[in-house]
Ligand binder design. Structure first.
Ligand code: DAH
Length: 347
């Protein structure tokens, strides 16, 4: 029986020695530990054999088994500890933080081009005594159309252009409804600027279903087209940083009479370059509509058109941002690509 134990011990020694050879991993050593010392392991099997020995043989055999067990256990523990230490050192080297490295710094944030242009416009207008007001993007037919003298069958009311909610409410198609809110809330005389989002069923490189306008409204006594032009040109100067020529073309809007559209001189080529991407070589860029307030609109706003008159304009802020920053696709403004917006590529 004792020779059987001696044989068993030698077998285990062989197992341990081959497990400790080069290429041992924590996983393989652990497997070996289980194979030797686990519940069904070889060492545990030898210990069980002790019970079958005679009382005379048992103390000697027990000593041998325990001696071998201690020896094997410490060999395995030592190898495992060595590998663990090695692993830790590798991890430390790999994840080492060089505290002497300079900090990477943070990219500086900047205003979105549309926000920047809006702030520029409002700054000029506030300097001219305008008050900035904002209003609801969900409007009623009354404020968006009816009170602006837009007749029931006007194409602007078409389902093709307007997002309707089906309960009489709609997403405002322009900021002009704010003229009525302002007149009803503030009365005459008044000077207001109303920036905000507007919505139309449009989506192509120069149109987005959501875009931004700024409405301007002045109501007072003896207001003239000259006042309108002076105001507008001051605004253009403020936004583009220099005086640009403006051209007024006769137009039609139900809420103004007379009505005009305004073009500004192409600040890039001034009309001299027929390949200019921005004005397509025409030398002019359209920026908005305007006119003298229609008497019906003043009446809807609770103002007596026999005492007061006024002017109003509506300008596309995204369009102005595109012109100012030379963008060819309006949708880039709304894609939310921060690296593009902060890169200065729009400058
Ligand atoms: N609301 C018009 C539009 O969105 C723009 C406009 C034209 C506004 C003439 C005005 C105006 O106040 O007088 O196309």
């Amino acid at each position: 029986m004792s020779s059987e134990i001696a044989l068993g011990i030698e077998k285990i020694r062989g197992t341990i020695e081959s497990a400790l050879k080069d290429g041992a991993t924590l996983g393989s050593l652990n497997d070996c530990r289980i194979a030797v010392f686990g519940k069904k392991g070889a060492m545990t099997g030898l210990q069980k054999m002790l019970g079958k020995l005679s009382p005379q043989e048992r103390p000697e055999a027990g000593k041998i088994i325990n001696g071998a067990k201690d020896e094997f256990q410490s060999k395995l523990d030592e190898a495992i500890e060595k590998l663990e230490r090695q692993k830790l050192t590798e991890m430390e080297l790999r994840d080492r933080v060089d505290v002497t490295q300079p900090a990477r710094g943070r990219a500086c944030g900047g205003a979105h081009p549309v926000v920047q242009v809006t702030m520029d416009v409002l700054e000029v207008l506030e300097g001219l005594g305008f008050v900035t007001v904002t209003g609801p993007e969900i409007e009623t037919d009354f404020f968006n159309f009816e009170a602006l003298n837009i007749p029931p069958h006007h194409p602007a009311r078409d389902m093709q252009d307007t997002f309707y909610f089906g309960d009489g409410r709609l997403l405002r198609t322009h900021t002009s409804g704010m003229e009525i809110h302002a007149m009803l809330d503030m009365g005459a005389p008044l000077r207001v600027a109303c920036p905000g989002r507007v919505y139309r069923r449009d989506n192509d490189p120069t149109h987005s279903p959501m875009f931004h306008q700024v409405e301007g409204l002045v109501v007072d006594k003896n207001i003239s087209v000259g006042d309108l032009k002076g105001c507008l040109e001051a605004m253009i100067h403020g936004v583009f940083g220099r005086k640009l020529k403006a051209r007024y073309r006769a137009s039609y809007f139900p809420f103004t009479e007379p009505s005009m559209e305004v073009d500004i001189e192409c600040f890039k080529c001034g009309g001299s370059d027929c390949r200019c991407q921005i004005c397509k070589g025409t030398g002019w860029l359209e920026i908005g509509g305007m006119g003298m307030c229609h008497p019906n609109v003043l009446r809807y706003g609770g103002i007596d058109p026999d005492v007061y008159n006024g002017f109003a304009w509506g300008m596309g802020l995204d369009r102005i941002a595109m012109l100012k920053y030379g963008l060819t696709d309006l949708r880039a403004l709304f894609d939310g690509d921060v690296s593009y917006l902060l890169s200065g590529r729009h400058e």
